[in-house]
Design a protein around this ligand. Structure first.
Ligand SMILES: Cc1cc2nc3c(=O)[nH]c(=O)nc-3n(C[C@H](O)[C@H](O)[C@H](O)COP(=O)(O)OP(=O)(O)OC[C@H]3O[C@@H](n4cnc5c(N)ncnc54)[C@H](O)[C@@H]3O)c2cc1C
Length: 353
């Protein structure tokens, strides 16, 4: 049992297939925590929490340990959301020794739009004002942006007893999209998010459209931050498309002197390149999608695969882009049998959606 975490919470999950779910939990969390998994018992350990899971024929017995009640509540919600996601359409139930109170989810912040401006022709920056921007400093850098229907008083989510987030429905349904906090200004309590204006034939693009149309004074909310930040490594290889550019730009800005970084970034054309500021050593290479061969060759994936040939085992590999590109790079990294603790490989959008 964990001794340095002061508070704990027990839960019982009832999935359709206990072993399959525990396998999926361990497979997913191995990139976010230390996972020990033997004989139907798993321990997931991160800096902020420990989650112990023991199986019976029908149930997962869960114990979450954390440093304080706030962190415990956030961990419960994070884990509950994962479990329901892993369950998919299959029947699933989850109960806790102390049910979650019906309050705003952990890490919920109301925000007001201050301004919106183009950084490049396809990247639009929205500045948001918060009561306190300090939770967005350091560490995790991604958020869920919640945009209420225009012209309606926002109805914000509350927790359900099982720890999940209960989202408003019907006319109050929110647009929810994941973005990166590009920068934080503590003096003015403002944060910026950069939104790619991606053209999608015949499909709505609510996240991109919000950034295009928003005006000062619009009320939105942020949930987070989560999802990691600058890797703790002396040598980092970054790669990704425009959806990853805000994250890469923020991380290279936060990297301390002494870190050596390479960034391979795919944008539409030269007009979409951005100056990346850093105190560390950075070599940047821009790929222009508009100049790719007409056969649609996967140039980002091809170039990343080629670059990986020369990446040492100590180098941290960070890659984010479209889902199928990410799958290709994951396979390539798996073939190299790299330590998964030294990589972050995440899909930021899905061309099939
Ligand atoms: C951790 C994380 C951080 C992210 N950070 C940022 C960020 O800082 N800035 C940012 O712009 N995006 C970011 N993204 C990506 C963003 O969440 C997605 O692009 C999202 O789908 C945009 O929502 P939408 O409403 O505009 O389009 P959706 O309603 O989700 O999709 C509509 C259509 O547009 C297509 N589409 C979606 N995204 C793209 C894209 N990037 N390029 C081309 N076509 C696309 C879809 O395939 C679909 O056909 C991030 C994603 C994650 C997971």
């Amino acid at each position: 049992m964990t001794d340095f975490h002061a508070v704990k919470l027990s839960g019982i999950a009832h999935p359709a297939n206990v072993t399959a779910m525990l396998d999926e939990i361990c497979e997913h969390f191995v990139e976010h925590s230390d996972v020990v998994y033997n004989d139907g018992i798993a321990t997931l350990k991160s800096t902020d929490w420990t989650i112990e899971i023991a199986t019976t024929d029908d149930f997962l017995n869960i114990e979450i340990h954390s440093e304080n009640d706030e962190a415990l509540a956030a961990t419960r919600t994070m884990f509950a959301e994962h479990l329901f996601y892993f369950a998919g359409e299959q029947p699933f139930s989850l109960e806790w020794s102390t049910p979650a109170p019906k309050v705003r989810p952990p890490g919920f912040f109301e925000a007001t739009v201050v301004s919106a401006e183009d950084v490049t022709p396809r990247m639009r920056r929205v500045t948001l004002s918060l009561t306190d921007a300090s939770p967005f400093i350091g560490g995790n850098m991604h958020v869920r942006l919640l945009v209420p229907p225009r012209g309606r008083t926002p109805v914000w989510p509350n927790l359900e007893a099982n720890g999940r987030i209960g989202w408003p429905e019907g006319e109050d349904e929110l647009i929810v999209r994941v973005y990166t906090i590009r920068s934080v200004d503590l003096e003015s309590n403002r944060v910026c998010i950069d939104f790619l204006q991606h053209p999608a034939e015949g499909v709505a693009t609510p996240g991109a459209d919000f950034a295009r149309d928003t005006m000062a004074g619009e009320q939105v909310a942020l949930m987070g931050p989560g999802g990691g930040g600058l890797p703790q490594a002396d040598v980092i290889f970054f790669a990704g498309d425009e959806s990853a550019l805000p994250a890469i730009a923020r991380m290279v800005e936060e990297a301390p002197p002494g870190v050596t970084m390479t960034a391979l970034i795919e944008v539409e054309n030269a007009g979409e390149e951005q100056a990346l500021r850093t105190q560390a050593r950075l070599h940047t290479e821009w790929l222009h999608r508009a100049s790719y061969a007409a056969d649609g060759a996967k140039t980002l994936v091809g170039r990343v695969k080629a670059a990986l040939e020369n990446v040492g085992d100590d180098t941290f590999v960070w890659f984010a882009a479209e889902k199928s590109d990410v799958r290709a790079i994951k396979r390539s990294l798996a073939d190299r049998k790299r330590d998964r603790k030294r990589q972050y490989v995440a899909w930021y959008w899905d061309k099939e959606s």
